[in-house]
Design a protein around this ligand. Structure first.
Ligand code: SF4
Length: 65
């Protein structure tokens, strides 16, 4: 199973909190929008869930593919 973080772009406000919480997977583009790279490994799962919970716009979710 390949878990990934997905961004709901219309909801995202480019504050970058997800990058601060999960820099291993989330970079920011020049406008501050998240660029998610790679899958959520078991080692990163707890941090990824924390980033999903912390997103102030509920714009992040974990998917199974
Ligand atoms: S924490 Fe949420 S609103 Fe902020 S940049 Fe990440 S996805 Fe967008």
């Amino acid at each position: 199973m390949s878990r990934r973080l997905r961004v709901d772009w219309p909801s995202c406000r480019a504050r970058g909190l997800c990058h601060e919480l999960l820099p291993e997977l989330v970079d920011l583009d020049e406008w501050g929008y998240p660029v998610v790279a790679g899958e959520v490994t078991d080692a990163l799962l707890a941090d990824a869930r924390a980033a999903v919970r912390a997103c102030p716009r509920l714009a992040l979710r974990l998917t199974d593919r």
